[in-house]
Design a protein around this ligand. Structure first.
Ligand code: HEC
Ligand code: HEC
Ligand code: HEC
Ligand code: HEC
Length: 398
């Protein structure tokens, strides 16, 4: 759900996930476990911007290459329309109760292993999560699931049935009571910062688990069958952290994405340059003339190197990074590019004290008093999980 192509690297503890590690993990797991099923519960796409779409495309190409057995559809997956999904025709989209114009995902699937074991997969989504989409009809999830299960049992009669659900946890827990279902894997996310309770729930020998957000972890579920056909299920979450290597093919795919983002960045510069002369910002060198002591402290802080941090990892053109690593990105008169606005690189005085051009020409007391409030614009959970003002302020106090 909302998985990242690559973690931003802002904070070590959030440095998990990414397609490069996920692919490597999948390959390793496949090579040790021939009887493997790989599933995904949906909600792939973030906000529908131009860059968002580029990201979505890259993510789906990666998903295609990872050779999932079933990929369920969530409410967020509709944002670019069915054609967008259809184009990735190697992805085994699955949706039991979503009736989509001009797009026919599979309704159910049974995977038969070389040892004769059969695992059935179905997917249902909670209609309440979907806005009215033209060309989308949603049938009752439980009724649909019952029909699909009955049909499966009458035909292939799988040893295990896995239901992929796209719903709020409470609603999804009810699907565990459906006759025939052994495992419910639920996924649904509203924003990236949502905290998801990942604790599995057991009930009458059945198991309910949730997918983690931002592709940071992989859920591993083991099913064992004794000769009498009794099943036992176990589950664990695996962090995709720095102990997992990068898959070279995905590294390449990510580089291609980066190149496209860079091209897009330079394309949008022309439009932004028109507003350059109106800048409300003065730049740190102006502030230095009258506040040399503050400037010295600031120069020694990491804020003064925030742009270099991006440049070192070839990310100084990515709008998704610049916003917190320079002054006023995407704001009138703010940072455009290193070439256009060299004086507005890094996290400068005016990021916290506010635009200061008029203060610099006619100084007054009382300027920039809201600086304390600025921290939380950038020191958010996903990028700075340990932030609290009392610990951080002393490190940059001036
Ligand atoms: C919402 C604001 C925000 C965004 C967006 C953001 N960063 Fe950061 N970044 C931060 C903050 C805050 C820190 C400092 C974290 C800390 O130490 O608590 C940081 C730190 C870093 C560091 C660590 C520097 C070091 O020397 O340890 C790297 C690398 C980094 N960011 C890269 C990126 C990249 C790449 C992107 C885009 C994919 C990005 N950032 C997007 C806020 C952001
Ligand atoms: C990361 C945010 C941040 C940056 C960057 C920053 N400041 Fe500050 N600054 C603050 C905060 C917070 C305070 C304390 C305000 C308070 O005590 O209410 C402060 C205090 C000050 C004060 C003293 C105000 C007073 O009431 O005594 C001055 C002057 C000042 N900063 C100037 C600068 C200059 C010049 C720069 C750049 C060279 C700069 N600051 C960079 C956040 C920042
Ligand atoms: C031409 C000199 C000059 C420049 C340039 C200048 N300041 Fe000031 N700044 C002052 C004076 C004078 C004061 C009032 C200090 C006082 O009376 O205590 C002040 C006060 C401040 C205060 C504290 C306000 C308060 O009430 O204590 C902050 C914060 C501040 N400046 C930030 C900046 C920033 C950021 C820049 C650059 C954008 C900047 N200044 C540029 C002269 C300047
Ligand atoms: C515009 C975004 C932004 C704002 C606003 C901001 N920061 Fe930061 N901060 C960053 C980034 C980005 C980094 C990492 C820079 C790097 O290392 O490349 C950082 C790093 C830091 C660090 C260094 C962390 C460490 O472990 O050494 C401290 C301390 C810090 N910020 C404190 C603050 C405080 C306090 C405020 C508010 C007064 C604040 N920041 C406001 C973006 C911001």
């Amino acid at each position: 759900m909302l998985s990242e192509l690559k973690p931003c690297g802002c904070a070590k503890e959030e440095d998990q996930g990414g397609i490069e590690r996920r692919m490597q993990y999948i390959k390793d797991t496949r090579s040790h476990n021939p009887h493997l099923i790989l599933v995904d519960t949906g909600d792939h796409f973030n906000e529908p911007t131009r860059q968002g779409k580029l990201k979505a495309e890259t993510l789906l190409i990666a998903t295609e290459k990872m050779q999932y057995d079933a990929v369920a559809l969530g409410d967020r997956d509709m944002v670019y329309g069915p054609q967008f999904l259809k184009e990735r025709n190697q992805i085994p989209w699955i949706a039991g109760n979503l009736l989509i114009d001009q797009f026919e995902p599979i309704r159910s699937k049974v995977k038969v292993f070389s040892n004769g074991l059969k695992v059935g997969i179905i997917a249902i989504a909670d209609p309440d999560l979907f806005y009215d989409h033209v060309g989308l009809k949603i049938t009752d999830p439980k009724q649909t699931a019952r029909k699909l299960i009955t049909h499966m049992r009458e035909t292939e009669n799988p040893n295990l049935i896995v239901l992929l659900s796209h719903a709020e946890k409470q609603a999804a827990l009810e699907y565990l009571d459906l006759d025939g279902v052994d495992v419910v894997i639920n996924g649904h996310i509203v924003t990236e910062t949502d905290v998801i309770d990942l604790k599995p729930v057991r009930k009458n020998g059945k198991l309910f688990v949730q997918s983690s957000s931002r592709g940071q972890k992989m859920g591993e579920l083991r099913a064992q069958f004794d000769p009498q056909g009794n099943k036992s299920l176990s589950h664990q979450l695996v962090k995709l952290d720095s102990s997992v290597k990068f898959d070279p093919e995905m590294v390449k795919l990510y580089e291609q994405y980066n190149e496209k983002v860079e091209a897009m960045f330079f394309e949008t510069l022309t439009g932004k340059r028109n507003g350059r002369n109106k800048s409300v910002y003065a730049g740190d060198i102006r502030c230095k003339t009258c506040h040399p002591a503050e400037h010295t402290v600031w120069s020694g802080s990491r804020h003064a190197r925030a742009y270099d941090t991006l440049r070192k990892i070839n990310k100084a053109f990515d709008p998704e990074c610049l916003g917190c690593h320079v002054v006023g990105f995407n704001l009138t008169g703010g940072f455009i590019s290193e070439l256009d606005t060299p004086a507005l690189k890094n996290v400068q005085c005016e990021v916290c004290h506010g635009p200061g051009r008029s203060h610099a020409s006619a100084p007054q007391t009382g300027f920039g008093g809201q600086a304390k409030e600025a921290c939380k614009q950038c020191h958010v959970k996903n990028h700075s999980p340990r932030f609290n003002f009392a610990d951080y302020w002393p490190k940059i106090k001036h």
